[in-house]
Each structure stands twice: as structure tokens, then as C-alpha cells.
Design a binder for this molecule. Sequence first.
Ligand code: HEC
Length: 124
Amino acid sequence: MKKYFQHYLLLSIAALLINACASSSFDDIEVDEEPTPEIVTYQDVKPIIDGTCLSCHSNPTQNGAPMPLVNYNNVKEALLDRDLLNKISKNEGEDGLMPLGGPRLPQSSIDLIAKWNTDGLLEN
Ligand code: HEC
């Protein structure tokens, strides 16, 4: 009887472990970002800006932000004339990092905005 119990216990532990592995690798797949589009346009960049910058860079602006980032021209101008790419690429905790007060954007979002720049800052 005792032996059966030990077997049962081992099997249960094995099942739990297998389950844990299976679900964690499933999570890894789940968190994968969407594939980078071949040509990045403002449409790909907008959701990032909307989600992380508009709490201050709205129109009218809030919390002392100097300009809005609500449309294509705003964001394009900020990238060309206001050092936007450099501001989002600073290290966590570094002076001037945007979004102000952090946290830093995920690297994939920074890369996407950089690619928008090299792809020619297209609107659509
Ligand atoms: C909590 C408020 C806040 C958030 C969120 C925020 N900013 Fe700012 N931003 C500011 C303030 C205040 C300034 C002006 C002071 C400074 O440059 O540190 C500024 C300045 C900037 C500047 C420089 C403007 C200039 O002419 O010098 C850029 C570019 C910028 N922000 C981009 C962004 C981007 C892109 C995001 C989102 C990823 C963002 N900010 C999120 C508050 C914010």
C-alpha cells in the first residue's frame, strides 16, 4: 500500500512539473510581440505614442509637456526637431528619458520607432 502511495506521489509531481513546463513555454509564445512590419508607418507607431505619451503630450498639453503628440505631424516634427528618438532611447533613470518618470519603453517599441524613421516617416 505504501509503495502505491509513493508511486502515486511521484506521478503527481511529474505531472505537475510537465504541466508547469508546458504552460511556461506557452506563455513565452504568448508574450511574443507582433512581427515587425516590412515598412513601418505612423499607423504602427501611433498606438505606442497614444498609450505612453498622451497623458502629458495631449492637446492641450499637461504636466508641463512642451508640445502635443496627438497626430502624424506632431510626432514627425518631434522626431525631426525635438530629439524624440534620443529621448526614448536613454537608459532607465537617465535624465531626459521619455516617457518622463519612466518606465522606459520596451526595446521592441523603440526599435519600431527607429525603423519608422529609417523607412522614411510615412503616414500610411
Ligand atoms: C509624465 C509626463 C510626460 C510623459 C508621459 C511623456 N512626456 Fe515627454 N515631456 C514631458 C515634459 C514635462 C517635457 C519637457 C521637459 C523635458 O524635456 O524633460 C517633455 C519633453 C519631451 C520632448 C522634448 C521636447 C523639447 O522640445 O525639448 C520629447 C521629444 C518628448 N517629451 C517625447 C515624449 C514621448 C515620445 C513620450 C512617450 C514615449 C513622452 N514624451 C512622454 C512630459 C512627459
